[in-house]
Design a protein around this ligand. Sequence first.
Ligand code: ZN
Length: 359
Amino acid sequence: MPSSNNGPSALSAGTGRQGVRASIVGSLPKPAWLAEPGILQAPWRVAAGQLAEAQEDAIRLCVADQLRAGLDVVTDGEQWRRHYVWGFLSGIAGVDTENLVMKPTRGQRFKAESPAARLVAEPAYVDSPAARTLQFVRTLTDRPVKVTLPGPMTIVDSLADMTHRYSDADLALIFADMLNREARDLAAAGAAVVQFDEPCFNIYLERTRDWGIEALKRAIAGVEARTAIHICYGYGGSEVAAWKETNRDWSHYHYTLPLVAQTNVDQVSIETAASRVDYDVLDVLRGKEVLLGLVNVGDERIESAEEVAAGLRKAMRYVPASALFACTDCGLVLRSRAAAFGKMQALAAGAAIVNAEIG
Ligand code: ZN
């Protein structure tokens, strides 16, 4: 049974929709006046003293675009954070997100080493920038709002332990407890959905089984909102795209999703548009809501509504319409604003086509 008190009726409040709904994984491109477009971790282009106001203005644009595109659940577009992991870590004492070190991450799937934040002391929860942003988004719309957080395993993979005090498993459970506190605060502040981004569940399969699932369970325990896990094959950057081009093994969900299915997480977000994942992976997710990735976040081509509808029809062999969301594969941060808007429109229009068919 779902862990939350907010049932499907609460989530669809304000949307008037009972069939397939449309949403995004989380991020949207930042306006060029806020940060350099097309790159991850782009530095801010606004002076520190004006940054908060500029981020709020960018969030206004993101929410307006999602409403105009016809999405049923909206996000803040992740306009206040430079990086999806380090945004959360910036509120954790003992973590240095400014002076980075190079570390092999993501199983070296995409490159040998990536910049990692440094753990320099015992980590301790201090602050929640996400809750303040959520409160602002809720002044802009009555639609359900989703907030995204990094998952415990992905945090550990993105962090270099300079104290050499912790195993990865121990550290993941410590962060899971802090994420749980944040998720409870976000639920209390009115989040309809709290999502944990765990791309590492598609990389470290044994670690997922051995302690990743336990960390997820601790992160979602007692959260009074719907909980979601997002598991993808990476952002839409060139290195990720190159890997997808040559990768032949798309079996990871067959290993991970049965484990996820045994948890109380309410929603599972997976990628299918830019990968060659077979829809039969959905078979084990009966009873869960599925956020089905039907637009590729790695290129500028705007999918047609009919393409989205075709994917939804295939998924409905496994997932009832009322539990299905047309969604992006991953965050849209690297796309142009025009492409991101077009892709969101395609998701909503594709859902509308299917909903008309099923009456
Ligand atoms: Zn992703």
